[in-house]
Each structure stands twice: as C-alpha cells, then as structure tokens.
Write a protein that binds this ligand. Structure first.
Ligand code: 6GU
Length: 246
C-alpha cells in the first residue's frame, strides 16, 4: 500500500518509522512518503494560511498549496488515491472504516490545522478521487497529524503480513470473532499470584468451554458498564440466552 502524508509538520510523522508500522515500512508492505506542504508554496515566507472570509477566530489553510500538492502527487490523468482529511468535523473513524481503507492500494492524508482547510480543496479533490473527512472522536486536536498516526496504525495492522498472529485481529475489541461487538475481556499472564492477587482460577482449569463462557461474560459485563451503546446494538440480535443472564 502506498501512503502519502502532507503536513506543515512532517517531523510529527516520525513515529511512523517505529514499531509495527515502521516494520511494515522497512519490509516494503507500506510505501510511506511524508511531504512538507510548504514545498508547494512560492512566496518568500512559504505562507500556507490566511484569515477566514466572513470573519472569526484563527486562520484557514489557503487552497493553492493543497491543489498543487494533489496535482503533483496524483496527476489528474493518472491513477487516483483515496484522500483522507482528518478533522473534528468529519464522520467517525471506526474499525469498519479502517478495514475499508486497508483494502485500498493508495491513500493520501491531508493534515490541516483545526480551523481547517479551505473547503474548495475537498470539493476539488472530490471531483476526481474518493474523499473522506474523518474524526477520531468528540474532542479537538490542534492538527491532523496525530489523527494520521492513529488512522495509519489502525489500517497498517490489518494489512497481510504486518501482524505476527493474525488471529489477534478477530478476537479483539471491535473485531469480528466470537466477541464481535463487545469490548475485550480482561487478560492475565504469569505469575498466578502477584501481590496477593490471584489469576481467576477458571483460566488455570484447562476447561476450554468454561474459559470461553467466562471470557464472554466478562466482555459482556465490561461492555455493559463502559459502552452501553454497544450493548444495545448487540441486543438487537447478537445475544444468546446465556448472554442475557449476565
Ligand atoms: Cl481527525 N482532527 C483534529 N484536528 N481534531 C480532532 C480529530 C481530528 N478527531 C477528533 N478531534
């Protein structure tokens, strides 16, 4: 998968060279290219922003450097990427969207400051490529860079060959396995007693059926407490008779 990231703080994307995503880059699974938006300015001060028409606080990113960036990275007569613009005004970023993005051959990310990019950039891009304005949640970050770190990590770990054990993809929170729609159950490792706290004995019992039932019950209890919205969605079809007793 090819990934282009356009930002006025390209150094902010340095963590993409580390850990799981960094390994995917080193192995060639990800072809990561980070660009400085100011390389597509032409004035002495490499200006990328200006005051908002209509008034109001803050600055808005001017459209010209973004237009040149898009035309350089994806010439209009060639193959087109999917353009992802992180913004608190976007649609929610979910595991389903991560799965969708992981199936694309080429993503371009545009990092704006939170007052945003001139809307004509999104309109123009939409005239020749798929555009997604995406939000991580109901809070405001100073810019899109951290959101790109989040989105790229969520997408990269879904690519074939990135995870050591692809089974961890199905059983996790928001996955599609036996815990689909539930938060993950609690996990334990050695030692069996630590600071007077025991590992739940069922996990040491070797009874695979009882362990599976215990894990599902814990996942249900945790989801009910922390994310009642998720549980209500499941109650519309994804719960069995035993689940309903928890
Ligand atoms: Cl994707 N961008 C910014 N700037 N702020 C956010 C966000 C994205 N999601 C939540 N807050």
């Amino acid at each position: 998968m090819r990934l282009d990231v356009v930002s006025i703080f390209p150094d902010y994307l340095a963590p993409l060279r580390l850990s799981l995503v960094g390994k995917a880059v080193d192995s060639g699974i990800l072809d990561l290219r980070v660009h400085d938006l100011r390389d597509w300015t032409h004035d002495r001060h490499r200006t990328v922003d200006d005051t908002p028409y209509g008034g109001g606080a803050g600055m808005v990113m001017r459209p010209e450097p973004w237009g040149e960036a898009l035309d350089t990275l994806a010439p209009p007569d060639g193959a087109q990427p999917r353009f992802v613009v992180p913004t608190p005004a976007g649609r929610p970023f979910t595991q389903d969207l991560a799965t969708e993005l992981a199936a694309e051959p080429w993503l371009v990310f545009g990092c704006g400051r939170y007052e945003g990019i001139d809307q004509r950039v999104v309109e123009y891009a939409g005239s020749r490529m798929r555009v997604d304005e995406v939000s991580l949640g109901d809070y405001v970050l100073a810019g899109g860079e951290v959101a790109v770190l989040v989105i790229v990590e969520a997408v990269a770990r879904l690519l074939p060959g990135v995870l050591g054990n692809p089974e961890s993809l199905t059983e996790e929170s928001h996955g599609t396995g036996s815990m689909a729609g539930l938060l993950e159950y609690p996990v334990y490792t050695k030692p069996p007693n630590w600071r007077d706290r025991e590992v739940p004995p069922v996990l040491l019992s070797g009874h695979h059926g009882r362990i599976a039932r215990w894990r599902r019950d814990e996942a249900l209890r945790r989801t009910a407490r922390r994310r009642p919205d998720l549980l209500r969605r499941l109650a519309a079809g994804g719960l069995d008779a035993q689940d309903r007793k928890v």
